[in-house]
Design a protein around this ligand. Structure first.
Ligand code: FES
Length: 362
């Protein structure tokens, strides 16, 4: 994978601990990107090279330069280090832009894009909305946005400007979990839940051509929104959620090629069976078998590939995302996991569905 060198041209604050960095490529051929993609930054931090995927919040063809958004409220010391050391003129290294939360070619007659976003993880939603409104005069946006209160809305100023300019095409529903008290104009407490999302999604026919659902939030929020969409009849192929950047993980030295192990993988309503060598990560085996399952960074950082191990033995070589409690629950990252026996694993959305195995296995 090529490494790209950039220089920071400008930086902007988008709230407490949230900064946007506008980058100029220092390569002879500047890498192209698509709206909704991510970029993985390589950073030398405390003696090790770290990778972190950050959303690109600019729109090609509309904005000048490529901007990534970095929040310091997660992985605190790492992102805080970025904010302390990056400034205009700083050179940084990244992998090329990537990610699968992309707008596909629009249908001839316009389309409906439903965006479900949770503050402050909503960075990828804003450029998608911006591109649609600027380039598709016949399309509609319906944004469901949850934040603590009316002041904490990522890209609030920018979204309001879009709403003013494109008021016939942009419907924005706000959900405030801790609204500020204002006796003159009380703001109700509202939360995005399976029920409230399903209720909003029920306004539309999920079988309509051109309808798509984009989801941006924490892992838990995203899974919940995906479940809400599924039970409302929205097919898997019209749902998108944020993804990060691929990478390559090598097998630990003790894992020698030998007999393959049988892997049984439960995902959504599907059950896959395939074989994996002990010297290849499960995500590599999955890629060889062309199985359609979620993954993104392939480097143990984004958590998209987290599954629960139900049976079997394995080794996980890298983990920067699963917490102690997750590990206690036998969660593992497919991208950094190598089988040491036959394995049975399932994606956590199996748990979230919790409508009974019937839905899973039918
Ligand atoms: S794909 Fe990102 S942690 Fe595995």
């Amino acid at each position: 994978m090529n490494i790209v060198r950039w220089e920071i041209r400008e930086m902007y604050s988008y709230g407490r601990g949230i900064y946007g960095y506008i980058l100029d490529s220092l390569e002879t051929t500047s890498p192209t990107y698509q709206t909704g993609q991510f970029m993985t930054v390589l950073l030398d931090y405390e003696g090790a090279i770290y990778r972190r995927a950050y959303p690109i919040y600019t729109v090609p063809g509309i904005d000048d330069g490529l901007g990534i958004l970095v929040r310091s409220d997660t992985h605190y010391s790492f992102e805080a280090h970025i904010h302390e050391t990056w400034e205009p003129g700083t050179q940084i290294f990244t992998y090329p832009p990537t990610g699968k939360m992309l707008l596909e070619t629009p249908p001839d007659e316009g389309r409906l894009i439903i965006c479900i976003a949770e503050h402050p993880f909503s960075a990828s939603i804003y450029p998608l909305i911006k591109q649609i409104l600027h380039t598709e005069p016949d399309s509609q946006i319906h944004l469901l946005y949850q934040s603590p209160n009316e002041k904490e809305v990522l890209f609030q100023k920018e979204l309001k400007a879009l709403q003013t300019a494109f008021h016939m095409h942009f419907r924005w529903e706000s959900f405030y979990t801790e609204p500020h008290y204002n006796p003159a104009q009380p703001i109700p407490h509202r939360q995005l839940t399976i029920e409230t999302i399903a209720q909003s999604l029920s306004d539309y026919d999920p079988s309509d051509q051109g309808i798509q659902v984009f989801i941006c939030g924490s892992n838990q929020f995203t899974r919940m929104a995906v479940v809400a969409a599924r039970i409302t009849g929205y097919r898997e192929d019209i749902l998108r959620w944020q993804l990060f950047s691929p990478d390559i993980i090598t097998a630990p030295a003790e894992m020698q090629p030998q007999d393959e192990y049988k892997i049984t993988l439960y995902y959504g309503v599907k059950c896959y069976e395939f074989y994996s060598r002990p010297d290849e990560s499960l995500i590599d085996s999955i890629s060889h078998h062309k199985l359609d399952i979620p993954y993104s960074c392939r480097g143990g950082t984004c958590g998209e590939c987290a599954v629960i191990v139900r049976k079997g033995d394995y080794i996980m070589t890298k983990n920067e995302v699963l917490k102690t409690q997750d590990l206690k629950e036998n969660q593992v990252l497919l991208c950094t996991c190598f089988a040491k026996s036959d394995l049975e694993v399932c994606f956590p959305n199996y748990v979230y569905l919790s409508l009974g195995d019937k839905l899973m296995w039918d």
